[in-house]
Design a protein around this ligand. Sequence first.
Ligand code: ATP
Length: 306
Amino acid sequence: IIQLYVPLNWFGTYYRAIQKNFVDMENMFDLMREEQEVIDAPGAGAIAMKRGGVEFRNVSFSYLPERVILKNITFTVPSGKTVALVGPSGSGKSTIIRLLFRFYDVDTGVIVIDDQNIKTVTQESLRRAIGVVPQDTVLFNNSIKYNINYGRIGAGEADIIQAARGADIHERILTFPDGYDTEVGERGLRLSGGEKQRVAIARTLLKAPIIVLLDEATSALDTQTERNIQGALNEVCANRTTIIVAHRLSTIIHADEILVLKEGEIVERGTHMNLVGQEGVYASMWKQQLENKDSTSVENSMEQSM
Ligand code: ATP
């Protein structure tokens, strides 16, 4: 196994905390409202969302000047379609997501949504148009109802229940001691990883954004949970422009395009069928995953096949 990723231990706890929190970007934005890297252009207006087409044109980016993280990334996600990002740990998948959410500005190139450079619109309107289903959802110490409602403050009870049903968590909530009023989070009922992800899906269904960013959980879930989650994910992605950071290739077989990233570059692209037909990185990752089903993460199989 080639070691492709050296943890940046020297960045210390602060770095890790930020990295972890970035996973739950929407929450982080509201909870911390800390020092902003990016400020709105003077006179910026709200983004005019039409069909939610996303485009990266020759995007390059570095966090620190001496190290380029993304190199000349170009791809299009047509309205309603799904693009999946795969690649080893550290290849830049989450960075693409963070740039689209505009946590940072690109160094060169542009990111365009519905023909508008995202640099020219307000961040608030941009983030309102994009739903995020993070890998690890941070729950508020509040009721389960509040936690779902957060997706669209002001939504009525019927909409909350409908979202919970769509996310396949309604029945589960009814088994909680106080149903929708049950306190959850660190100081309340602790939810499992799969349940938390379904809360995030319910939130996103309630928010009903045109664009959905999905960070697939790396942690192994049991087969039944996996199946439930998959159903809920299909529901949240249906008819929305979707970008998935994928850790299991089985979940992206139907993606309209798969981008294989390595060291910040797109090294292969195509549909699952195209890519398994080539003798490239993706094909060997796929073979690896079929061979060792127990080590299901893409990162593992990529590290073994590169
Ligand atoms: P993973 O699958 O592990 O989540 P990834 O492909 O999503 O990995 P990114 O999180 O996009 O990778 O990180 C790409 C590179 O950028 C990594 O080398 C990482 O160490 C570096 N990096 C990420 N965030 C920062 C930051 N805030 N400051 C400096 N470097 C960073």
